[in-house]
Design a protein around this ligand. Structure first.
Ligand code: ZN
Length: 279
């Protein structure tokens, strides 16, 4: 990572939007940082997705990303990330971190997951940790054959990302294997597990994703809304929503444990991580 990137006005260009034939396209646009996410980007992304949800011209939302990678996760640069600028000795202690994560991580994910329109993620390259928290809330995922998925957050002393859908996405046994090992899941294996709908050649990803979105956009809007609501309700009646709330508190215990040991809410050497990102 390069510190000069911190100076650009990234409110303007970190997320791009356009509409085409009933499809609202929302594009992550930090390709030089593998679309790493900080809170500025996430809040801007939420504004863009909310605008698409409220736009009567938009029937389907397509979330994609410029560059080689969909999203490499959270931007671990302390200068940009409120999470890592969190001060445990501050007036509210860990409560501040809990509030930020509840709003911006699990809160946004649950909000996006329940947008009353179909949403499609087009994923290429890395989709790591917080990258999963952008793809998973979408209804459909179409991946390039270059895509790979992983949640290595156990390495930080935490039991996985905040929006903890592993058991639903992979099944409980594969979920544990991937969490315990931090292994990458290929696009094809993700398709076989049901996490990804389709795998396409990298140079066809954007075209195929847009065509799929346009096909869905030909259907009646209320029918689409009710179909989505029916499936989401089935999962929620099965316990997904309630489990998410409980798992988020388990996640927060992980932050508290790390804080008690290392003085920051993750068990990680930030300088070493920044150095490895430069290589
Ligand atoms: Zn967290």
């Amino acid at each position: 990572m390069n510190d000069t990137n911190n100076d650009r006005n990234h409110d303007i260009d970190d997320v791009l939007t356009r509409t085409e034939d009933g499809v609202g396209v929302v594009t992550l646009n930090r390709p030089e940082l593998a679309n790493a996410q900080d809170l500025v980007l996430l809040r801007h992304l939420d504004e863009c997705l909310t605008a698409m949800a409220e736009n009567s011209e938009v029937k389907v939302i397509l979330l994609n990303a410029n560059g080689k990678h969909f999203s490499a996760g959270h931007d671990m640069n302390p200068k940009r990330d409120e999470l890592l600028r969190f001060h445990p000795e501050g007036p509210h202690g860990l409560a501040d971190l809990y509030a930020i994560e509840r709003e911006v991580y699990i809160g946004f994910c649950q909000k996006w997951r329940n947008i009353p329109k179909p949403t499609i993620a087009a994923v290429q390259g890395a989709c790591i940790a917080a990258g999963l928290m952008l793809a998973w809330p979408c209804d459909l995922i179409i991946a390039s054959d270059t895509a790979y998925f992983s949640d290595p957050v156990v390495n930080m002393g935490i039991g996985g990302v905040e929006y903890h859908c592993h058991a639903w996405e992979f099944g409980h046994r594969k979920a544990k294997e991937l969490l315990f090992t931090s292994d990458r899941l290929s696009a094809e294996e993700a398709r076989q597990l049901g996490m990804v709908n389709r795998v396409v050649p990298a140079d066809q990803l954007q075209k195929e994703a847009l065509e799929l979105a346009k096909k869905v956009a030909t259907k009646p809007a209320f029918g689409l809304q009710m179909a989505k609501r029916a499936v989401n309700q089935a999962m929620d009646i099965g316990g997904q929503e309630a489990a998410q709330k409980a798992i988020f508190d388990i996640h927060s215990v992980g932050h508290g444990h790390a804080l008690s040991i290392s003085g920051i809410p993750v068990l990680v050497d930030l300088e070493a991580m920044k150095e490895s990102n430069r290589q």
